[in-house]
Design a protein around this ligand. Sequence first.
Ligand code: URP
Ligand code: ZN
Ligand code: ZN
Length: 459
Amino acid sequence: MSDMLIKNGKICLADGIIEKDLYIKDGRVDKIGSLNDHADEVIDARGKLILPGLIDGHTHMEFPFMSEMTADDFFYGTRAALGGGVTTIVDFITPSKGQNPMEAYKEWRNKADPKVVSDYGLHCILRSGGRESLDSVKPLIDEGVISFKLFMAYKNELLLDDESLYDAIKEITKYSGVIAIHAENGAIVDKLTEELLRDNKVSPVYHYYSRPGIVETEAANRIATIASIVGKAVKMYMVHTSTYGAVDIFRRYREMGYHFYNETTPNYLTNDYTVFEGKYGYRYVMSPPFRTQDEIKQLWSRVSNNQILVIGSDHCVYSDQQKKRHGTAVPPFNEIPNGTPGTETILPLLFTYGVLNDRITLPQLVSITSRNNAALFGLKSKGNLLPGYDADLAIVDPKKKFKVSAEMLHSNIDYSIFEGEELQGFPDMTILRGEKAMEDGQILVKAGHGKYIKGETYI
Ligand code: URP
Ligand code: ZN
Ligand code: ZN
C-alpha cells in the first residue's frame, strides 16, 4: 500500500483546526506536523479543508419498504456517500416479517459486501418484541451490530407496542447495545390519515397534516419514560428528529443523568413543509415530514448549542416512478413511499447553511458528522485524524461553488431534491483508508472495495 503526504491543508478536528501536514501510511494516519517525509504521493492542499471522512449513521440501501425496494443499492448508495465525503455508512438490516434477525444479518452482509465502495456498519431493525427477536440481540452484538432500531409507527409492519418496546430496550441494554428510536405515535398518524382521506384530502401536503409535530413529541416523551424505567444504563438516540420539542425532552433526561440523544438530518434543517405543495411535492414525502420555518430555526439553534449529538442523512431513495407508484398521476399521500436522498449532500448543506451562516463552527461540523458518530456507533478506528486512526478524509475547497444537479450526484435516480441550488462544501477528494476513492466527482474504487466495520460496545 502506497503512502501519502498531504501538505498545507487546514486539518479540521472536533477540538480545533490545525494548519499542518498529514502523513498516511498503511491506510492509517501516521503523523501530523511540519513534514517533509518522502511519500509515493504528495497532495498540495493549500487553501483547503481536511475533514475526517463523514460517518452517515442513517442510510437505507436496498431497503424493502412500503412495497418498494429503494433505488440505491449498496453500490450506488455508497458511491453517493463517497461523492459527499462520507467514508462510512451505517445501514439498517431489515428482517422480513418472521425472519430471524441473524438470518437477515447474513443476507445483508451477502448483498452489501460485494457491492460497497465505502466502509459500512450495520444496525438491525427489531420488528418484534418476541423471544426469537430478543434472543438475536447478543449474537448480533457479537457480529458488530450494536445498535437496534425500534419503531413506534407503521402499524402491522414495524410498530412495536409499549410492552415490546420495554422488553427490547431491556434486552439491548443488558448487552450494552444502543437503541435507535423512530418516535412517532403510529396509532394517531393512522387515525389522522383515515380522516384526511375520508375528506378527499389526498395531495402530498396532507402527509404533513397527517403527522403533526405533537405526534413526534408525544412519542419522544413516551419512549423516554419507558426507557427511564429500564434505567440509567440505557443508551438511546432518536433518529430523524424533526421537532425541537423532542430535542428538549431528551435534553431534560440528559440533565437527570440519562444517555438519551438526538439525531437530525440536513434535510430537516433546510426544507419546510411548503415543498410538498410544489409540482414535485411527492418526491419530498418522508417521515417525519418537513415542518415550518420556525421549527427549522429552533432546530438549528439546538445544533448550534450542541444539543444534537449526530447528523445522519436518512438516505432512502426512490425514483420518480417509484414515488408515483409506477403510474402517471401522483398517488394519495399515504401511498407514496417514504424517504428522500441525503448522504451526498450532508456536507455541503451543513457547510453552506451551517458554517457559512455562522450557525456552527467547523469543529462543530466535525463533531456531529464524524467524532460523535464514531463514538455512538462504537467505530473505534474511525471519526478522527489523530495518529492510528483510519485515514478517512474529505478534502474541501471552501470557496468552490456547485450548482446541484442529478447529473453531478451519484444516486441511481434522475432527480435531486436540491436541483439548481448553489452550495459550497462538496469535497474535491475523498480518501478511504489512505486511498483516493473519489476525485473531482469521479469514483475511483470498485465494488467490494469497502469493508464491513464492526461496532464495539462501550459503557
Ligand atoms: O421516511 C423515511 N424516513 N424513510 C425511511 C424509513 C425510516 O423510518 O427511517
Ligand atoms: Zn425511521
Ligand atoms: Zn431512516
